[in-house]
Design a protein around this ligand. Sequence first.
Ligand code: AQP
Length: 330
Amino acid sequence: MARVFSGIQPSGELHIGNWLGMVRSAVALQDQFECLYCVVDQHAITGGYDPGTLADRTRQMAIGLMAAGIDPSRSILYVQSHVPAHATLSWLLMSITPLGELERMTQYKDKAQRFESVPTGLLTYPVLMAADILLYRADRVPVGEDQVQHLELSREIARKWNSEFSPGAPFFPEPQAILSGAKRIVGLDGQAKMSKSLGNTIGVTESPDQIWEKLRPAMTDPARKTRKDPGTPELCNLYALHRHFSPEATVAEVATKCRTAGWGCLECKRVLADQMVATLAPLRQKSLELSARPDDVTAILADGAAKARRLAAETLVGVTERMGFLPEDR
Ligand code: AQP
């Protein structure tokens, strides 16, 4: 059976961008593939982080994934740092990854600007991502659009490694991206990608009041200055969100009321908030239930890590043999 891998950083709450862009596809893929889903805590330390909250955020992210439908009885759900082979393979892959390829990554160039002294981990992040995927020889990777460039590099690394160490019999498959119909959700500022680190998100398990408090001041069509001005739905980020959360008839009504100034932006936001609250209610409920059972969550993650370690160990044997390392028993 083909294998699927995907990871998510515990750098903040699981938000609707993550959910629409990646997690919903990951949930659907569980029916057809052998799936591994990982909370990538080692990635989350590459851009500056608070050691006091990392563990809680990691647990919360795992809870968020289960609340969204990742089912630990069908998928392997675990935490990256519980499987040391991710870091080991990353080091081995670094030996064949050209520095220039890492330096041209868009996300590196964007995030590096936030630092006076850029951490090396920010540069080598895509090699760790390649290791995450190749460690399980995964064929498919559900991702949002922002990760497509990194995934392309993973494919190049797989290709290069195969040709140097396993010529004629490729050891690593070249992983394919699976993109959802919502590959880039824009944040509530109406400009940047919805991003945990930018604070422009709505979390999938937030309360109805929290959702409303965030939607109320959210950016709409910038040309619509007053209640009487007709708007252009296609220029409004909240219309884009309606298309993901509201039924077709509501989306059509929103477009008409916006174009004719029949509704003000606040009325439109109220409708969106109601739809969002209704859509996300089951996730919030499941998350509250799981949060009340911390020992079960710990046991699920321990079981997932044990399964992942077994698969990872098999790959590492194949990798180190082909790379010419001395085996322990020889
Ligand atoms: N706005 C988005 N629209 C669609 N997909 C998105 N993803 C993230 N933001 C959006 C996808 O969600 C998966 C998990 O993301 P991640 O946490 O590993 O990394 P990220 O892309 O860096 O997410 P954030 O929220 O932007 O985190 P920070 O701010 O910490 O960098 C990925 O498949 C991603 O494509």
